[in-house]
Design a protein around this ligand. Sequence first.
Ligand SMILES: Cc1cc2nc3c(=O)[nH]c(=O)nc-3n(C[C@H](O)[C@H](O)[C@H](O)COP(=O)(O)OP(=O)(O)OC[C@H]3O[C@@H](n4cnc5c(N)ncnc54)[C@H](O)[C@@H]3O)c2cc1C
Length: 145
Amino acid sequence: MRDELPPVPGLAERWGSPTHYLNAAYSPTEEELASIARSGTQIDAALIARIGGVADVVLQDGRTLRMNGLFTQPNTLLASPIAEQLGCALEDGPMGRFIQVDEGKATSVPNVFACGDAARAAGNVTLAVADGAMAGFGAHRGSIF
Ligand SMILES: Cc1cc2nc3c(=O)[nH]c(=O)nc-3n(C[C@H](O)[C@H](O)[C@H](O)COP(=O)(O)OP(=O)(O)OC[C@H]3O[C@@H](n4cnc5c(N)ncnc54)[C@H](O)[C@@H]3O)c2cc1C
């Protein structure tokens, strides 16, 4: 998967630091922090002209809000067109589009399996590893039976 950030100039260059994923663990301090809505709502993007300095939010009306850090939640997109090129059915989740699979990680296309973040609405390492085992098992079984 790859992230699609809100269309605010200066945000992508700061992704990772000082801009963080909205759900990232963070110890609150007295620092000034801003949260930028993701592109679905367009609310913040309509107000924010760009990000400057360390993490300063420059508004359309010319005001600059000095910040030490930013949080935002990106949409996720499939990083590779392979699944679509093969004709695999896709699903829309709250974060973005992913490959539709059954319990055995089979896609809608015979003998094509998908696993991990690309094939679930939201994931983590444990689920990705387990999905991989299931997909491998399904592919192996399909090649024998
Ligand atoms: C900021 C952040 C923090 C996270 N923290 C945690 C955490 O604390 N604990 C946790 O369990 N999970 C965490 N996750 C989630 C976790 O990283 C993912 O769920 C997990 O890595 C998914 O594994 P995956 O193998 O499906 O995908 P990935 O790890 O994304 O691997 C996919 C690989 O495919 C490669 N690739 C893409 N396109 C192609 C192509 N066309 N050809 C060949 N290769 C290609 C990519 O380069 C990548 O190496 C975090 C994710 C993020 C973004």
